[in-house]
Design a protein around this ligand. Structure first.
Ligand code: SAM
Length: 228
């Protein structure tokens, strides 16, 4: 079983996604487990009772606020607790637009090498850099753009990693994976009429010649699925 742990001030976002579709099925079948830890629950002393703020101004100035190290460190420690005790293989990923670009090869590697994956999802201007040093976390990016928080890229990564776990995809979906999956797919009707114009399914797909169909799909992959 692969355990995913999310460090986030918005744990409901994680529960919402993990509670649906293939990810929920994988969890039900005990192939994965998904947990979230809110740094606000790991505040100490006075901060715990006041505004439960987990952010503060950056040293050296600049706009925006920064997640304080301590509540994030404590939440991450909690996430890793079981894994450390049972000597499971752990990986800590710090979500960052400056990080290594996530791709399918990375997803496969993570699914094979680790038992516990912790995602630290930043907000505001990011997380105090000492957290990364303490856990030897790897900075990973979900894409060449900046979003408002690490939750979405982390969920996307969890999804891609989960698909690589044997038994997660059903038989038909696995078969889809192993052959040329075209970015351009069609289903009934053969002719679709929209605002007076007829949109037809490409003839090659109707002919039943599997070699030709495969060649057409490969050509579509190369073209990146532009037009017909
Ligand atoms: N100036 C900050 C920087 O460049 O890292 C922007 C932080 S962004 C508004 C807030 C958080 O969203 C980041 O700490 C990170 O966790 C997450 N984030 C934003 N874009 C991301 C991306 N492309 N991939 C992964 N995480 C991202």
């Amino acid at each position: 079983m692969l355990r995913f742990h999310f460090i986030t001030i918005f744990p409901d976002m994680i529960a919402a996604y993990a509670g649906e579709a293939l990810i929920a099925r994988a969890a039900k079948n005990k192939l994965i487990e998904v947990s979230a830890y809110n740094p606000r629950d790991f505040l100490k002393g006075k901060a715990k009772h006041a505004y439960r703020a987990v952010d503060d101004r950056p040293y050296g100035g600049g706009p925006g606020m920064v997640f304080m190290a301590d509540p994030v460190v404590r939440a991450t420690e909690q996430a890793l607790k079981g894994a450390v005790k049972s000597k499971r293989r752990t990986k800590v990923i710090m979500l960052s637009p400056q990080g290594k670009q996530f791709d399918n090869a990375y997803a496969t590697k993570i699914s094979k090498r680790y038992d516990d994956v912790v995602f630290i999802a930043g907000r505001y201007e990011g997380v105090d850099a000492r957290v990364k040093k303490i856990f030897k976390a790897e900075e990973v990016s979900g894409g060449p753009y900046v979003v408002t928080g690490g939750e979405l890229p982390a969920l996307m990564m969890m999804d891609a990693i989960t698909r690589q776990i044997p038994g997660v995809l059903g038989k038909i979906e696995s078969l889809e994976e192993s052959r040329a999956a075209s970015p351009e797919v069609y289903t009934r009707p053969e002719v679709y009429e929209y605002k007076g114009k007829k949109y037809r399914v490409p003839k090659v797909l109707l002919g039943g010649d599997h070699k030709k169909i495969e060649a057409w799909r490969v050509s579509k992959i190369k073209k990146g699925g532009e037009g017909t």
